[in-house]
Design a protein around this ligand. Structure first.
Ligand code: NDP
Length: 375
């Protein structure tokens, strides 16, 4: 035997656990049961497949207005017929003990009503962004969660995305010095010939245009890194005249936010262009997430005072964000913890977006309360 090497048996034998027990998937029977509500494009393309990679969440039911579609999806995801619900018979879900959590993936204008109904049915709820069309609706959702003593989370998936998590760690490690500026852009062309974009140009269902839909990623991202609420903002809207897509909602919007610390942020969003990035600029260093909030393939680069930027390896795929988000909420429910992205955060962002609309309309800077509402 070579000197200095540990002694181990040379025949087949058991060895110690080599990964922490916490990293192992929970047995299915111990996982909270989830029902996904609104089987549209995002639910089918991202949410449902994410259960396959989850470690603490179990798909147990579906809620849909289209019974045939629900049956088909249930077949592929092995969901029992007795756990399928429509909008007309939804309230009987309160008797379904196999369902603990409902994921609301419906159009924005239906978030408040159906989140509140799910809470009243005794279920914990994760609701897609934006939390609701109005601040009042957000308040009602938070009150409903309190009254029902259930958890409420807003599905800000970028908080669970490895590049975004690493970038915030870099800030906390002091890599940027004082973070003084965030420049965030989230844009995509809208195409009303696709069913999923039809409701996005109708104010009653969308609540607003590009800012409500995708600019909210840039806003939420800027606040994620700056870790403070803005004290004032100014905004401009640029919408092509006569384009029927923008009869009810805005196209392009630019916003400037100021913070008590002296930091500033700029936000750009549009339904006519494509871009997705977040720039972080500090007194000592800088970083860029490009793309910042894609479903897959996000990248992070950082650099100091010298001009070059280097890639920051994060070791995990961006796609893990979806399962990580599900599992965070499952564990919050199991452990009775508040989620990282709760209703107050959702309310703050909806309030700030309405403040942006007010500032654009008035053509002036507007002052803000801590919760994002107009001062
Ligand atoms: P879709 O239009 O593709 O899906 C919405 C689904 O909601 C429909 O398929 C339908 O499901 C249900 N629904 C109920 N009533 C209506 C109605 N009156 N009009 C339209 N749909 C209705 O939209 P998306 O999947 O793209 O978006 C859904 C939600 O997810 C939105 O809040 C959006 O902001 C959010 N989203 C979040 C993303 C993220 O990255 N976090 C990405 C994309 C969207 P059924 O037929 O089963 O009843």
């Amino acid at each position: 035997m070579a000197k200095g090497l540990p002694q181990i048996p040379m025949e087949a034998t058991g060895r110690p656990l080599s990964v922490p027990a916490d990293d192992m998937p929970l047995p299915r029977a111990e996982r909270p049961g989830w029902a996904v509500m609104g089987l549209g494009h995002f639910a089918l393309s991202q949410v449902l497949p994410a259960f396959g990679g989850s470690k603490a969440s179990r798909l147990a039911g579906l809620v849909s207005g289209d019974r045939d579609k629900a049956r088909l999806v249930a077949h592929h995801y092995d969901v029992g017929e007795d756990h399928l619900y429509g909008y007309d018979d939804f309230d009987r879900i309160s008797d379904d003990d196999d369902i603990d959590i409902i994921y609301n993936v419906m159009p924005n204008g239906l978030h408040a009503e159906w989140t509140i109904r799910a809470l009243e049915a005794g279920k914990h709820v994760i609701c897609e962004k934006p939390m609701a069309n109005t601040v009042e609706e957000c308040r009602e959702m938070i009150a409903a969660a309190r009254k029902a003593d259930r958890r409420l989370m807003i599905a800000y998936r970028a908080h669970f995305e490895p590049n975004n998590i690493r970038a915030l760690e870099l800030k906390h490690e002091g890599a940027f010095g004082d973070l003084k500026m965030v420049n965030a852009v989230a844009m995509r062309p809208i195409d009303v010939s696709r069913p999923r974009d039809e409701w996005r140009v109708r104010r009653a269902l969308a609540g607003g245009g590009s800012m409500m839909d995708i600019g909210i990623y840039a806003l939420n991202g800027a606040l994620y890194y700056l870790e403070e609420s803005p004290i004032e903002l100014s905004a401009q809207i640029s919408t092509p005249v006569g384009d029927p897509r923008f009869a009810e909602v805005e196209d392009t919007m630019t916003v400037e936010l100021r913070f008590a610390s002296g930091a500033v942020a700029t936000i750009g969003t549009s339904y006519s262009m494509y871009d997705n990035r977040i720039g972080l600029v500090g007194t000592k260093g800088r970083a860029m997430l490009f793309p910042a909030t894609g479903y897959a393939g996000n990248e992070l680069v950082e650099g100091g005072k010298e001009m070059g930027l280097r890639e920051v390896p994060v070791g995990e795929s961006s796609t893990i964000q979806f399962a990580a988000e599900l599992d965070h909420f499952s564990r919050c429910v199991m452990e009775g913890r508040e989620p990282r992205t709760g209703g107050e955060m959702g309310l703050r962002d909806v309030a700030l977006i309405h403040a942006m609309y007010a500032a654009a309309e008035a053509g002036t800077w507007v002052r803000l309360n801590q919760d994002g509402t107009l001062a």
